[in-house]
Design a protein around this ligand. Sequence first.
Ligand code: PLP
Ligand code: COI
Length: 339
Amino acid sequence: MENIDWGNLPFGYFKTDYNVRCYYRNGKWGDIEVSDSEYINIHMAATALHYGQEAFEGMKVFRGKDGKIRVFRWEENAKRMQRSCNGIMMAEPPAKLFKQMMLKVIKLNEKHIPPPGLGAALYIRPLTIGSGPQVGVKPAEEYLFMIFVGPVGPYFKEGFSPVNVQIVTDYDRTAPNGTGHIKVGGNYAASLRPADRAHKEGFSTVLFLDSKNHQYIDEAGPANFFGIKGNTYVTPDSHTILPSITNMSLRQIAKDLGMTVEKRPVALDELESFDEVGACGTAAVISPIKKIVNRESGKEYNYCLNGKAGPISTKLYQTLKGIQEGEIEDKHGWNLIVE
Ligand code: PLP
Ligand code: COI
């Protein structure tokens, strides 16, 4: 084990020993290459650089107290990577290739998997780019699928402590019939300006509204939104939201805990009626929200009045983490144990 301050890692880039790559050329995927360089050599006319042919994923690997190494729900990430590639006309990495490369890169960087109990994980970042040249607006003929990894701490520096978020109406992360439902780089480029302004104005992230009428809740920056009302878990349904694997898992955990689950449009006014609200995602896990401010109207919604996460968000968080770290029975078979 390296001398790393595992308990205080930020969510950021961390150089590890190896990454893995595979090219798609002449209609087929080639051999897996292992590299110790952090750089790629790319054609200046690659479509990733001009026309945004880029899709990525994010997963986490946990080292349990039992010494086992677990990857959470990788098949769902592999499927979403395929949907993202398909959505912007890129070659789709097959699930088998995804798994082989993922296991290889985890094993090659095993010493960077954080020890248990410190809130850290090894983050896996797969990405596919159009690497072949085009000048006309057309898909590339060559693609590069890569995976790098790095140990990370919580996405929001507050960890599981409640955060403030800002509703904006003068920016949208995606268009109504755009690419919000897939994980492509352009959506994140569109979110940078409002996110930067929100940070400068004292908020952890932006709560985007539906891009058609700004009447419904969409997403909380790089995470899905959920609200708790009595014994019901409510999460927005919309074509512009990225289907979060964490949210999907929390809906199942909520059902397992005997809660009712509703996935439906959530009107802005409904924010008044939630007992607890939060953001969820691989990086964010669950970030409880204590205050939501509508930047345009100035209206405020307050939660966590005692300064702490609510009881249901806490239970959901502990159950999810418990399954991921091997402390709670994985009855749905979500973890892959890396041998
Ligand atoms: N929404 C957006 C826009 C994201 O970038 C992410 C992160 O992947 C999520 C939601 C959460 O999805 P997941 O739980 O699959 O990580
Ligand atoms: C994740 O939660 O894995 C993400 O990809 C969010 C991210 C954009 C940092």
